[in-house]
Design a protein around this ligand. Structure first.
Ligand SMILES: NC(=O)c1ccc[n+]([C@@H]2O[C@H](COP(=O)([O-])OP(=O)(O)OC[C@H]3O[C@@H](n4cnc5c(N)ncnc54)[C@H](OP(=O)(O)O)[C@@H]3O)[C@@H](O)[C@H]2O)c1
Length: 281
């Protein structure tokens, strides 16, 4: 019997890569997405070990229905990969309550809801793995990414507590921190920034930031670096509490931990070109 794993947000990008990779590695994969139609191309892949499920992480009825389908297949879950996530970008002063709600409802509350739904079966089995997809932005925050960064910081805190609470039950919890990864996510964020380019207060800063930001994702590593890290977290006897993907981004994290914030601020301003911006009165 293959170990089975549920992945949220698997219709594109990182989730899709994780689904295909894990299926090739012999896992039975339940790939889920808000719309099952979006998963059509996946189901023939990975030695046909991928089953498609509809699952909206913000909808408790949808979570329940997806878990009932998994139970009906008689494949108790060994792993959960909480991958579904939405971007949020723009000046904090312009973020609406709806922007905040949307980011937290998917990136944190949805992640916690799916986790709670699978936990009873993992606890009963005395084993299981939960792998949360956080972000490097959960540690290093660029300007205009405040709402998203806050939600990913929250995932960091949530994951630490969860890992410690579940250790006695044999359920192991890891966080993956992807850096910029070449998926549809980045283009979506860049498009969202467009509306702020004409902003009276922030427009000039946004233009500079966007020029830098747009270059990041197309040249970034593909999602397989994240899939490798997820696989490592699922198969290691003693998984790390955190994985950085790609691993070379650990250098940036080490610097962030070492340097005073004022120096990090100056470095990030120089990297993005925002050091050239001077406020006009
Ligand atoms: N790409 C990066 O540079 C990067 C870096 C760090 C972390 N991450 C994280 O990696 C994860 C995957 O992102 P990605 O880069 O692969 O982007 P992506 O291709 O946009 O994938 C995000 C997925 O989440 C799904 N989703 C959104 N809301 C959902 C909901 N309520 N219920 C279920 N699924 C939902 C989307 O499905 P729909 O098609 O239905 O919208 C989409 O398939 C996210 O958590 C993101 O924060 C990405």
């Amino acid at each position: 019997m293959y170990n089975s794993v549920l992945i949220t947000g698997a219709a594109s990008g990182i989730g899709e890569a994780i689904a295909v990779h894990l299926a090739h590695q012999g896992f039975k994969v339940f790939a889920s997405a808000r719309s099952k139609d979006k998963l059509k191309s996946l189901t023939g892949l990975g030695g046909r070990r991928i089953s498609a499920l509809a699952l909206d992480v913000t909808d408790s009825a949808s979570i329940e229905a997806a878990l009932a389908e998994i139970a009906a297949e008689g494949a108790p879950l060994f792993g959960l990969v909480n991958n579904a996530g939405v971007p949020a970008i723009g000046p904090l002063e312009r973020a609406t309550p709806e922007d905040w709600r949307k980011a937290f409802e998917t990136n944190l509350f949805g992640l916690a809801a799916v986790t709670n739904a699978v936990l009873p079966q993992m606890r009963a089995a005395g084993r299981g793995r939960i792998v949360n997809i956080g972000s490097l932005t959960g540690r290093i925050v660029m300007p205009f990414q405040g709402v998203y960064a806050a939600s990913k910081h929250a995932v960091e805190g949530y994951t630490d507590a969860l890992r410690r609470e579940l250790a006695p039950f044999g359920v192991k919890v890891s966080l993956i921190r992807p850096g910029a990864i070449n998926t549809p996510f980045g283009a979506h964020e860049a498009e969202t920034l467009d509306q702020f380019e004409t902003d009276e207060i922030y427009g000039d800063q946004v233009k500079i930031f966007k020029a830098w930001f747009e270059k990041q994702h197309p040249t970034a590593p593909g999602p397989n670096v994240v899939a490798d890290a997820v696989h490592a977290a699922l198969i290691a006897d003693r998984p790390h509490s955190r994985y950085t993907a790609p691993a070379k981004m650990q250098g940036a994290l080490a610097l962030r931990n070492l340097l005073p914030s004022a120096m990090t601020d100056r470095i990030l301003a120089r990297v993005t070109g925002l050091n050239k911006f001077r406020k006009r009165r």
